[in-house]
Write a protein that binds this ligand. Structure first.
Ligand code: 4AD
Ligand code: MG
Length: 465
């Protein structure tokens, strides 16, 4: 069979590039099939776009195979593209032939009706065929493209950082081991696991972030970005946490905290603008079925000036708030989602960039301010989601960094000698941040749970498919 002669639906329905009366071949899945008196309709989607096309069959009696063409079946339809007689669509197909390629029976779980997100998670292997998950997966692809375009256009080099690592980039300890040791007979020495006998001759993990290696490349190439999967074994069962998620981490040499904030604001706006302009069909769908205000929300952010405040100012605002918080507000605390959302949703109603966090609650690599108490961390908080970006100006002073690492209880400084070396030889001020790609897609689509943003989410006690 010659499948190459097919016309993709987006060429017809989005690009509008196929003239009427053209003979076309459509390959796709049946959404619905209705056989009436003297006419039958088969609605087909081929995944290339949101919309379906309807194949109209004028004399169903001549198509005995129609009995077997049920929701979920794959078919080949040949016919003429014509302007539609019916309402709601521009084109339809005057059908000459319909061939069943792969059948589906009445046990197919995606019969035409609305399904709950919870049910669809159980059938994540089939849900990409639904309108919602088709749109989510297409917009993920388009926003990935927009990200590469944004950074490439500005002279950032895309670098590939390792997924297997022997260091904890965040120093938070939420690590998945990578090991080939026999679990039934783990080699021990002095009451400790003998990692020397493991595959890498050392304790190894899936990376939590490409930042540390990103810094090495930035100090060599100038401006770089990573875009890859990261892994966290934090046991947080929330709608915003996944154990595996994609992160975009730009890193700029010769840049301080203000440059970092400028980049974060500009990139986020650019990404949202791209969604509004270049993902129209998907955004219309999300606006209709997921969140009526999603467009206005994004437009509001694109035209807003992000607020910039220090952690100390943020705490003062929270202390004065009439809101009853579950976690009491106190200088030194790690802000919880409720606090972050209060700042973005109620106090300012625009994205807020918070800087200069207490040294105790932030990672070892952040630049220490002159007060000795705060570091140049930077989080971007947005309404509804809370933290979407985390970043900082990096500590580039060799001695200061060593002291801070020791203070943080990092006893294995030898293990980080390579990281310290770039401060030892030709150190440069540098800054960067990480955008959680899945959180950005949550924000853009209005979908509230990260489990419905990733095609195959991994969360505590769930790694199926
Ligand atoms: O704030 P985080 O932990 O920062 C870093 O990893 C730095 N190394 C980034 C850098 O400076 N290069 O994570 C960055 C972002 C968060 O703001 C959030 O959007 C996302 O990654 N994120 C998660 N997304 C989904 N599930 C999780 N468990 C996440 N943890 C962080
Ligand atoms: Mg963070």
């Amino acid at each position: 069979m010659d499948y190459k002669i097919r016309t993709r639906l987006n060429r017809i329905l989005i690009d509008d590039k196929i003239p009427v009366d053209t003979d076309i071949t459509i390959l796709g899945l049946v959404r619905t099939a209705r056989v009436g008196k003297g006419v039958a309709f088969v609605e087909i989607n081929d995944g290339s776009c949101m919309q379906n096309i309807q194949a109209v069959i004028a004399e169903p009696d001549n198509f005995p195979q129609l009995d077997k063409i049920l929701t979920g079946a794959s078919v080949r339809v040949r016919g003429k593209l014509v302007l539609s007689q019916g309402k709601g669509q521009k084109y339809e197909i005057q059908t000459q032939s319909v061939d069943l390629i792969g059948s589906a029976d009445s046990t197919y779980p995606l019969q035409k009706k609305r399904h709950s997100f919870e049910f669809l998670r159980e059938i994540a292997h089939l849900r990409p065929r639904t309108n919602t998950f088709g749109a989510v997966n297409r917009i993920r692809s388009k926003l990935s493209y927009a990200t590469h375009k944004y950074f490439q256009d500005r002279g950032f080099y895309y670098i590939h950082t390792p997924l297997i690592s022997t260091s904890d980039a965040e120093g938070a300890g939420d690590l998945f081991h990578v090991s080939t040791l026999d679990f039934k007979m783990v080699p021990m020495v002095d009451g400790q696991v003998d990692w020397d006998q493991d595959f890498f001759g050392d304790e190894a993990y899936l990376t939590v972030s490409g930042q540390l290696e990103g810094e090495l490349l930035a100090t060599a190439l100038g401006d770089i970005y990573t875009f890859g999967p990261t892994f966290r074994a934090e046991n947080s069962n929330t709608s915003r946490h996944a154990s595996e998620f994609w992160m975009i981490e730009p890193e700029m040499a010769w840049a301080e905290i203000d440059d970092n904030m400028d980049l974060a604001e500009d990139y986020l706006k650019n990404l949202f603008q791209f969604a509004l302009e270049d993902c129209k069909d998907e955004m219309d769908f999300f606006g209709k079925w997921i969140d009526k205000e999603v467009r206005q929300t994004l437009e509001g952010i694109v035209s807003a000036k992000f607020e910039r405040i220090t952690y100390t100012e943020a705490i003062r605002i929270l202390e004065k708030a009439a809101e009853k918080f579950e976690y009491p507000v106190k200088w030194g605390m790690d802000m919880q989602s409720e606090h972050e959302r209060y700042l973005a949703e109620k106090a300012f109603k625009v994205p807020v960039m918070v800087t200069d966090y207490p040294e105790e609650i932030k990672s070892f690599y952040m630049y220490v301010n002159d007060d000795g108490k705060t570091v140049r961390g930077m989080d971007v908080l947005v309404p509804r989601v809370g933290e979407i970006i985390g970043g900082s100006q990096r500590e580039h002073r060799y001695e200061v960094l060593r002291e801070r690492m020791k203070k943080k209880g990092m006893t294995d400084l030898d293990n980080y000698a390579w990281y310290l070396d770039i401060r030892k030889y030709g150190s440069v001020p540098h800054s960067g941040f990480g955008l959680g790609f899945d959180r950005a897609v949550m924000y853009i689509t209005g979908i509230q749970n990260i489990r419905d943003i990733q095609p195959f989410p991994r969360v505590p006690r769930w790694a199926r498919f």
